[in-house]
Design a protein around this ligand. Structure first.
Ligand code: LLP
Length: 429
């Protein structure tokens, strides 16, 4: 969430003036600095390459899934993970290499699994016994076919993050339980089906994590499980997938490590372990850390409410429909005035949206210079889970998405129109 400015002192994104972007594409607007996306992917890869550890950086596309993003991921040699038929379809539309796709989810439907098999998805990350059985049934129709899988386990590691986005604790809906023996049973079942190529294991402990301890812990735990599978079942793992969740900086109070340091810790833990098998490849699944810091949301300021003794409300032309995270997780962001992003703040306002809810507060304490109607404000580090969780609440069309790189802007998702809003409606009368 670095602030770049031009000679006019305006905020620039990917070398383009934010005011120009707002003018050319209207607001509210999602803007991505593509170079920042590429640099983060490269930083992850560099750690593995420096350590000579086989790896895959599998972008968790739920953070931001569009054709353009899958194209950038492909260009950067990333794998991707998808969690629905819709994400898979989008990846296909982008010609993303299907061999580099992992398919996640705790309740994949028969149709989704069939689609994944037909598409040639590289790896299915099997979450539960029902899915193991479904997959076996579907594969039985084509006896010469094989499917690579990982088994997702619940590692029993609770990352200190918001309850809704932490997934690794024992009481979680995701993955095979370990202590009750379910994971071992699942591995035995998978190995007994000659059509399933069990590559290894997966766990994801949560999201927006700041400490490396959880990742060291999950690596150790997964290695212990793999050792058990090796000793009891003769299994030789090829892949250790430790998930994503590397935290990013949303506000000055956030002080995460550089995302690559998490990978460093994982690799060090792995290399120090005494293993009865050769080092498996390490797969990571970062979403937020790849796209979060690269994203900006531009809004136009509209109305304002000043009441003596209360903090002012400054309203913008978007809100909880294009960024649900503050309302859903009490997520915090920082904003700047695009015309003078480095100017000292003169007031502490509530930056609110236009949605018909009191909870539609994008930033509870936005420290900004004085703004006027028509001014553009940029909310920073909004690239993850903003567009991908956007809705049409209050029948607001979803904003456009623009990619910017080397001073060039390109529209990658068109702004929805009012006609888009009613296209699936059918009259009743
Ligand atoms: N792998 C798996 C299996 C996941 O479930 C997730 C996120 C990731 C990777 C990527 O995690 P990341 O690196 O992006 O933290 N909507 C919430 C976040 C939900 C994350 C769900 N799983 C938010 O806006 O904070």
């Amino acid at each position: 969430m670095s602030i770049q400015t031009n000679a006019a002192g305006h905020l620039t994104i990917g070398g383009v003036d934010a005011l120009t972007l707002a003018q050319d594409y209207q607001t509210p607007l999602y803007v991505y600095d593509v170079e920042a996306i590429r640099n983060q992917i490269r930083a992850f890869k560099a750690v593995f390459e420096a350590q000579a550890v086989p790896y895959a950086v599998s972008y968790a596309s739920k953070a931001f899934a569009t054709i353009a993003m899958y194209q950038v991921a492909a260009q950067e040699g990333c794998h991707v993970d998808v969690v629905s038929g819709g994400e898979l379809y989008t990846a296909q539309q982008a010609d993303f290499p299907m061999a580099d796709v992992s398919f996640h989810g705790n309740n994949k439907s028969r149709e989704e699994l069939q689609t994944a098999l037909n598409a040639g998805v590289g790896t299915i990350i099997v979450d539960n016994f029902y899915e193991l059985q479904l997959l076996g049934e579907l594969l039985a129709a084509t006896p010469d076919r094989h499917q690579a899988i990982l088994l997702r386990v619940t590692p029993g590691i609770s990352a200190h993050t918001h309850a809704y986005i932490s997934t690794g604790q024992v009481d979680s809906k995701f993955g095979f339980d370990v202590d009750s023996g379910q994971a071992l049973t699942a591995a035995r079942q998978a190995l007994s089906n000659p059509q399933l190529d069990l590559l290894g294991i997966h766990a994801h402990i949560g999201s927006q994590i700041f400490s490396v301890a959880g990742f060291e812990g999950v690596t150790t735990k997964l290695l212990a499980i793999l050792t058990q599978w090796h000793d009891e079942l003769g299994f030789v793992p090829q892949v250790l997938n430790v998930g994503g969740g590397f935290g990013i900086r949303y506000t000055k109070e956030d002080t995460p490590l550089p995302a690559a340091d998490f990978v460093e810790a994982i690799v060090t833990t792995l290399k120090q372990a005494k293993l009865p098998f050769a080092l498996p490849a390490v797969w990571i699944e970062p979403g937020r850390s790849i796209v979060g810091p690269a994203g900006y949301q531009l809004y136009s300021v509209g109305s304002r409410k000043d009441v003596p003794g209360l903090r002012p409300f400054v309203a913008v032309d978007g809100g909880m429909g294009d960024n649900i995270r503050p309302a859903l997780y009490q997520a915090e962001y920082e904003a700047v005035k695009a015309a003078e992003p480095t100017a000292a703040a003169t007031e502490d306002v509530r930056l609110v949206g236009k949605y018909c809810e009191s909870g539609d507060i994008l930033i509870d304490h936005a420290h900004l210079p004085k703004t006027q109607p028509g001014d553009i404000v940029a909310v920073l580090a909004t690239g993850a889970y903003g567009y991908s969780m956007a809705s049409n609440y209050n029948r607001n069309p979803r904003p456009a998405v623009v990619f910017v790189e080397n001073g060039q802007a390109k529209l990658v998702v068109a702004r929805e129109t009012y006609a888009d809003l009613t296209q699936n409606d059918r009259p009743y009368i």
